[in-house]
Design a protein around this ligand. Sequence first.
Ligand code: GTP
Length: 369
Amino acid sequence: MKAVILVGGKGTRLRPLTLATPKPMVPLANKPFVAYVLEHLKSHGIEDIVFSMGYLPEGIKAYFGDGAAMGVNLTYVVEDSPLGTAGAVKNVEKYVRDGDFLVLNGDILTDLDVGALVAWHRERQAVGTIALTPVDDPTAYGLVRIGGEGEVLGFLEKPSWDQIDTNLINAGTYVLRSEVLEMIPAGVEYSFERGVFPRLVGKGLHGYRSDAYWLDIGTPEKYLQAHYDILERNVETSISECLDGDYVCVQGDIDLEIGAKLVPPVVIGAGTTIKAGARVGRMAVIGPGCTISSGCVVEESIVQEGVELAGDVRVRRSIIAGGARIGERTVITGGAIVGNDAAIAADNVLANKIRIYPGTEVKAGSIRF
Ligand code: GTP
């Protein structure tokens, strides 16, 4: 079976991380996010994969090439303008015309049983099957009502509490029969959620409920959460093996000075230096080639490739993008994001979800947020 992964979106909610890097290439535990999607498909025997792309496609192609290194065959199709989720699939029609195929949003971390989803679809001879996942607060989502055989009865957009009779949402993974392609207009923006699926209610559209791990990494909070879940092994990924045992995953040679502390769970990239008197963890991912100086504390945070933290920097529940430099005693906390190659001088306090754009220079002591 072939799969189409939708990776054309601009990822606006994850800015500034997605200004220079498309969302699928934003690192998750030091590996591009979409590599986990490929590994997941491969583990279910799905190897023929089409990337439907738009925004910043070059980095994705350069990294994955023909897919051989990951044991998959990749095809790339780039849109001239955004076509929406269904329009993007219509645009790759020639690769998926024979029989059933899978469509996946490219920003979902899941260990969904894809084989069981496909089997459910085939047993019911469905025209289309939407994977469904339960959520705690159904009022924030579009809900999907299903009947006893899994047939979709209707959609309920952001309902109030008194309207709620289900907590199942569209999990962004579908199995479709090729006939569905006939319903999608070519060359214009068209969506599955608002266009195709409502038209298929009562005409062979099914839902498959899954209680597997599921997270959409599209916001900074969820991007942090995805790291915590990988670190705690709430979802099994290719990082799990490295964490096995003591929950300290070191991804190559590092320079860990005597007196530096790693508090599990923690992931450290190759070539990183952690100096005496620094503490990293719990719940921290440090990229390759970073320098964490004496007196630094990094916890519940992500520090991407090549970041330099000068002495006594404190980072908590925040994200520092690749190449940033942080001056002495600066505190980065409360969901702050520092963009790529930003230079933050000494004695700043970045908090309250502040977002510093890539390349920005912040002078000593100028932000005390
Ligand atoms: P936000 O701007 O933060 O909402 O993110 P996004 O642009 O990724 O949009 P959203 O999260 O709604 O998209 C869900 C998935 O569909 C993501 O994997 C996107 O890359 C993908 N996607 C959204 N729109 C398009 C499109 O027009 N073309 C293609 N090829 N993919 C799309």
